[in-house]
Design a protein around this ligand. Structure first.
Ligand SMILES: Nc1ncnc2c1ncn2[C@@H]1O[C@H](COP(=O)(O)OP(=O)(O)OP(=O)(O)O)[C@@H](O)[C@H]1O
Ligand SMILES: [Mg+2]
Length: 255
């Protein structure tokens, strides 16, 4: 595929991936792929979302920021069909997903969404190539083909030679790159990333973000990224702030 193996190594890029061949820039693909409308959700007596609304354009890389406990993870989980709002709606690709049953939602998550979490959450007993291949295997791809596809990620992640290493034997930065590849390997339409660099030092975190943004743009994957770090958010096309369970647009402060 064109663009495969392209590395940018150039830090934040705004406005839609100049120089990338495969992904259309966000402004060239009008229309929202995913949207939360006035979502309300509480955990028992604790309000988590109190009328949160957010639209994300296809191909956009969006950073969600905001104080601890403000509802960022809850919002991400609602958008991804993991949690169901008490009131409000979640739309994906033109249809409501909050009204789907659990089986349909888990199929949707498996086939069309990808996930990266703060601590990677790799399966420690599996090798790195098996961990990356996991979404393909769960989606019914045959083992040899899945491992072959997983193998294409090692060079561009700078992880050559680690294919057979158990994931429990990786450094934090290596593990997070493997988690990133696992999130993107099945070419999801939307990648949900909850503090994907939260456990890394800032230099390693920036490297992981650079890889994430480059790979997502190559594939045309929409990215919804929760982060506390302005330097990580600077890689996104747009930032929003969640405060008290509501979404507010942010004014970018970086130059
Ligand atoms: N499973 C749960 N049970 C009870 N309360 C919860 C649960 N998950 C989240 N909450 C509460 O809901 C609110 C929003 O939590 P959420 O995890 O969405 O915040 P966050 O913005 O992601 O915070 P952080 O930056 O610390 O990850 C908080 O008050 C939190 O304590
Ligand atoms: Mg959180």
């Amino acid at each position: 595929m064109p663009g495969r193996g392209v590395r940018s190594g150039q830090g934040p890029r705004f406005g839609g991936g100049a120089g990338m061949s495969a992904a259309a820039p966000p402004e060239a693909t009008p229309g929202d792929i995913i949207e939360a409308r006035d979502v309300v959700l509480s955990f028992g007596p604790t309000p988590a979302l109190q009328g949160a609304s957010l639209s994300v354009a296809a191909g956009e890389i969006l950073a969600i920021m905001g104080p601890s406990g403000s509802g960022k993870t809850t919002l991400l989980h609602c958008l991804a069909g993991i949690l169901t709002p008490k009131t409000g709606e979640i739309h994906f690709d033109g249809g409501r997903i909050d009204t789907l049953g659990e089986t349909e939602r888990s199929t949707l998550r498996r086939d069309r969404f990808g996930f990266v979490f703060q601590f990677g959450q790799l399966v420690p007993e599996l090798t790195t190539e098996e961990n990356i291949a996991l979404p393909l295997l769960l989606g019914g791809v045959r083992r040899a083909a899945a491992l072959k596809e997983a193998g294409t990620w090692f060079e561009r992640l700078g992880l050559e030679g680690l294919e057979k290493r158990r994931s429990g034997e990786l450094s934090g930065g290596q593990a997070q790159r493997v988690a990133l590849a696992r999130g993107l390997v099945a070419r999801p339409e939307v990648l949900f990333a909850d503090e994907p660099t939260g456990s890394l030092d800032s230099l390693t975190g920036e490297h992981v973000m650079d890889l994430l943004v480059t790979a997502a743009r190559e594939q045309g994957t929409t990215v919804i990224l929760v982060t506390h770090e302005p330097r990580v958010a600077a890689y996104a096309d747009r930032e929003v702030i969640v405060r008290d369970g509501k979404v507010r647009s942010a004014v970018r402060t970086t130059s």
